[in-house]
Design a protein. Structure first.
Lengths: 393, 255
C-alpha cells in the first residue's frame, strides 16, 4: 500500500481536482510547477532559512514527564505551538508565499476558521510586502476577535463570509469565488490538506518538516527514529499530515487521528467526518464529507473552530478506508477537560484542537515503554475566551 | 433527435434563461417553465440548487438557499418534471453542481433525466477530463448532452480540444467572474469574444455571465449564436410576479 499521492492527484479513491473551468488554468499551473519550484535549491534555501529564523524551527520535541507518569507511557509533545504566530500553520504559509513569488503572483487570498491560518498568512504577506485578503465566516469573526485584530495589525483585509453557516466552509467558498474573480494576479493559500490537487500534497510537503524533525530528534533522544504511536487531531488534517508524513509507509508506527465529536457522533452536532461522512465532492476535492441524502453539505459542530469542518483531507479519507490509521472522535467536554489538564500538568495551555488529541490518551491502552509522539499543534491563547466561559475562570 | 441539435439549425439568436428550481416557491418550477416558453425563450436551464455553489455570486446563492429551504431536491425536481413534455417543447437543460448528482448516482440521475426528457446537463464543477474518463459513456447511454464551459482564461488549445469533444453548444463565460458580478462588457470581454470567433469553432456558442439587459444582450449576440441570462432573471423573480415574466423577456429582446 502506498500512501503518497498518485500522478492524477489521488490517494486511493480520494482527491483529484473537481474545479470549475474558470479555475483550470490556475490549478493546472500549480500542478505543473509546484514540485519543480519547491525542489529548486534556491527555494529550499530560503524556505529553511525562514523556518529557522522567522518561524523558530526546529520546534522542541518535549518529553512530558508528568503527563507520561499519569498515562503510563513515554509521551513526547511536538511543540508546534511554539511556532511564530502560535501554530503549525505558518510552515505552510511560508512555503506557499515563496511559491506565489516564484510564480509571479502579487496578491494573496486565504480562508480561515479560528484565525490561525489567517494570521499565519497575514504575517508572511507582511513579510513579503504582498496584498492579503483573508476570508472568514461572520460567526467566526465574532468568536475569534483577537485573531481578527492580529490580521488587521499585520495589514490584511478581513472579508466576512456572510453566506451559509458563516463559518470555515463558507469562508472557503468565498475564497474560491474571489479566486475565480481574480485569477491572474492572485494565489490562493489554502490552509489545510484539502482542496483540489495539488493542494493536499503541496500542503503536506510543507508540513512534512514536522515529521522530519521528529525523526532526527527522536534518534538523538531515544536512539531510534520511529515512535510506537503518533497522535494528532484532524480537522482538514494539516498538522496530522505533517506529523505522519515520513512514517506513513512504516507500518510499525501506529497512527491515531482524533476528530471532533462535538456533542457526540450520535447527535447532529458533530464534526467527526470519518464517522458521519460519505464520499463526495467538497471544495474541489473528492473525499469523505458530512452531507444529507440529497448531497447537500451539512453544517458541522465543534467547540474548536479549527476542527469545525464538514470534510477531511483526501489523504485521511484514504487512511480511514485502508485502516492505516485508527480514527477516534473526542467530545467537546473531554477536549476542554484535557485543555485544562495539560495546563496543570505541564504548564502548557494547548489550543482546543490539540486538546482533542490529548483526550485520546486516557481512552487507549498503552504499554509503559511505548514511545508516543503527540502533535501539540497550537497554543491556547486564541481560545482563552472559550476556556474562560467554559470553566468560569 | 436531441432538441439541442435542432435549436441551432436556424439563424435566430438564441435566448437561454437560467432559474433555480423551487424558487421563489417550491411549486413555481413548472409555472416558470411555462411562462418562459410562452414568452418565446428558446432554451431553459433548470438550476438544481446546491448548498455550496462555488461559481455563483450572491444572487444565485440566495435563490439556491431559498429553494433548499423550500424543500427542493433531486427527487422533488424529477417529480415536478414528470409530465413536463406535455406542454414544454423547447430544449431543457439541468444545471447543477456535481455532489448532489453523485449522491443520487450519476447513472440513476441521467436515467431520470431521460425519463422526463431533459436534453442536456451543465455541471460546472465536473471537469472536462474527468467527464471524458468516467462519465461520458453514461451520458451517451441516456442521450444526454454535456455542456462544457470555456472562459477568458482557457488557453486556445484547450478551447479547441473542448470544442472537438463537444456535441452541443459551448457555454462561453464572458469574464473572469462568478455569476451576477458584472452588468456590462469591457474592451477585454469584446476582444475575448473576437478571439474566440477567430478560432472558427465547430460548436455554436452561447455567451453567459454579465448579461442583464437589452444592451448586453445585443452586444453578446453579435459574437455568438445567443446568450444566457441567469442572475438578472432571478433578481426579476425576487421582485415580480411569475405572470410578468413575458415583460422581462420583451425588455431583453427589444428596446
Amino acid at each position: 500500500m502506498n500512501y503518497s499521492v498518485d500522478a492524477d492527484g489521488y490517494y486511493g479513491d480520494y482527491g483529484g481536482a473537481f474545479i470549475p473551468e474558470m479555475l483550470f488554468p490556475n490549478v493546472d499551473e500549480l500542478k505543473t510547477k509546484y514540485r519543480e519550484i519547491i525542489e529548486r535549491s534556491a527555494f529550499q534555501k530560503e524556505f529553511h532559512h525562514l523556518l529557522k529564523h522567522y518561524v523558530g524551527r526546529p520546534t522542541p520535541l518535549y518529553h512530558a514527564r508528568r503527563l507520561s507518569e499519569k498515562i503510563g507511557a513515554n509521551i513526547y509533545l511536538k511543540r508546534e505551538d511554539l511556532c511564530h504566530t502560535g501554530a503549525h500553520k505558518i510552515n505552510n504559509t511560508i512555503g506557499q508565499i515563496l511559491l506565489a513569488k516564484h510564480m509571479g503572483k502579487s496578491r494573496i487570498i486565504a480562508e480561515t476558521g479560528a484565525g490561525q491560518h489567517g494570521v499565519a498568512t497575514a504575517a508572511v504577506c507582511a513579510l513579503m510586502g504582498m496584498e492579503c485578503v483573508v476570508f472568514m465566516g461572520a460567526v467566526d469573526i465574532k468568536r475569534q476577535a483577537p485573531n481578527v485584530a492580529r490580521m488587521k495589525m499585520l495589514g490584511a483585509q478581513v472579508q466576512p463570509a456572510t453566506c451559509g453557516s458563516q463559518t470555515l466552509k463558507d469562508a472557503t467558498n468565498e475564497a474560491i469565488r474571489d479566486w475565480i474573480n481574480h485569477p491572474q494576479e492572485t494565489h490562493y493559500i489554502i490552509g489545510s490538506v484539502v482542496g483540489p490537487h495539488p493542494y493536499p500534497d503541496m500542503v503536506s510537503l510543507f508540513q512534512s518538516v514536522i515529521s522530519q524533525e521528529v525523526k532526527n530528534q527522536l534518534k538523538s533522544i531515544e536512539g531510534r527514529e520511529q515512535p510506537d504511536y503518533l497522535i494528532a487531531c484532524v480537522g482538514g488534517g494539516s498538522n496530522a499530515a505533517g506529523l505522519f508524513y515520513h512514517y506513513l509507509n512504516n507500518l510499525e508506527v501506529g497512527i491515531y487521528c482524533v476528530e471532533a465529536a462535538g456533542h457526540g457522533i450520535e447527535t447532529d452536532q458533530s464534526a467527526a467526518t470519518t464517522k458521519l461522512g460519505k464520499p463526495g465532492i467538497i471544495h474541489g476535492c473528492k473525499t469523505l464529507l458530512m452531507q444529507n441524502t440529497d448531497g447537500q453539505i451539512q453544517e458541522p459542530h465543534s467547540i474548536s473552530a479549527g476542527l469545525d469542518y464538514p470534510g477531511i483531507g483526501p489523504l485521511f479519507a484514504h487512511l480511514s478506508d485502508t485502516q492505516r490509521a485508527t480514527f477516534r472522535a473526542v467530545k467537546d467536554q473531554d477536549a476542554m477537560r484535557w485543555g485544562l489538564e495539560l495546563s496543570k500538568l505541564e504548564g502548557i495551555i494547548p489550543a482546543i484542537e490539540t486538546a482533542h488529541a490529548l483526550a485520546l490518551l486516557e481512552t487507549e491502552t498503552f504499554k509503559t515503554d511505548d514511545v508516543i509522539v503527540l502533535g501539540c499543534s497550537g497554543r491556547g491563547d486564541k481560545d482563552l475566551e472559550t476556556y474562560i466561559n467554559y470553566f468560569g475562570l | 433527435m436531441n432538441r439541442l441539435d435542432t435549436l441551432f439549425e436556424t439563424d435566430k439568436k438564441i435566448l437561454s434563461i437560467y432559474f433555480t428550481a423551487g424558487y421563489p416557491k417550491l411549486e413555481d418550477t413548472v409555472p416558470i417553465l411555462t411562462e418562459l416558453q410562452d414568452a418565446g425563450v428558446d432554451l431553459i436551464e433548470i438550476g438544481l440548487p446546491f448548498s455550496d455553489p462555488l461559481a455563483d455570486g450572491p444572487t444565485i446563492q440566495y435563490s439556491s438557499t431559498q429553494a433548499l429551504q423550500n424543500g427542493m431536491q433531486s427527487n422533488v425536481l424529477f417529480e415536478q418534471l414528470k409530465n413536463i413534455r406535455d406542454n414544454i417543447h423547447i430544449p431543457l437543460i439541468i444545471m447543477g453542481y456535481f455532489n448532489p448528482i453523485l449522491q443520487y448516482g450519476v447513472d440513476h440521475f441521467c436515467h431520470q433525466c431521460q425519463q422526463v426528457d431533459i436534453d442536456g446537463l451543465i455541471i460546472p464543477d465536473l471537469p472536462f477530463d474527468v467527464y471524458g474518463q468516467s462519465y461520458e459513456s453514461i451520458f451517451k447511454k441516456h442521450a444526454l448532452k454535456n455542456i462544457f464551459l470555456i472562459t477568458p482564461q482557457t488557453p486556445a488549445e484547450r478551447v479547441q480540444m473542448i470544442d472537438e469533444k463537444s456535441n452541443s453548444f459551448l457555454y462561453m463565460v464572458s469574464s473572469a467572474s462568478v455569476t451576477g458580478a458584472k452588468n456590462k462588457f469591457d474592451e477585454k470581454a469584446i476582444s475575448y469574444f473576437k478571439k474566440i470567433n477567430e478560432l472558427q469553432l465547430k460548436s455554436p456558442k452561447l455567451i453567459g455571465f454579465g448579461i442583464s439587459h437589452h444592451t448586453t444582450y445585443e452586444l453578446a449576440s453579435k459574437y455568438a449564436e445567443g446568450v444566457i441570462i441567469g442572475s438578472a432573471f432571478i433578481d426579476f423573480l425576487k421582485k415580480n410576479r411569475i405572470q410578468d415574466i413575458s415583460q422581462f423577456i420583451k425588455l431583453i429582446r427589444s428596446n
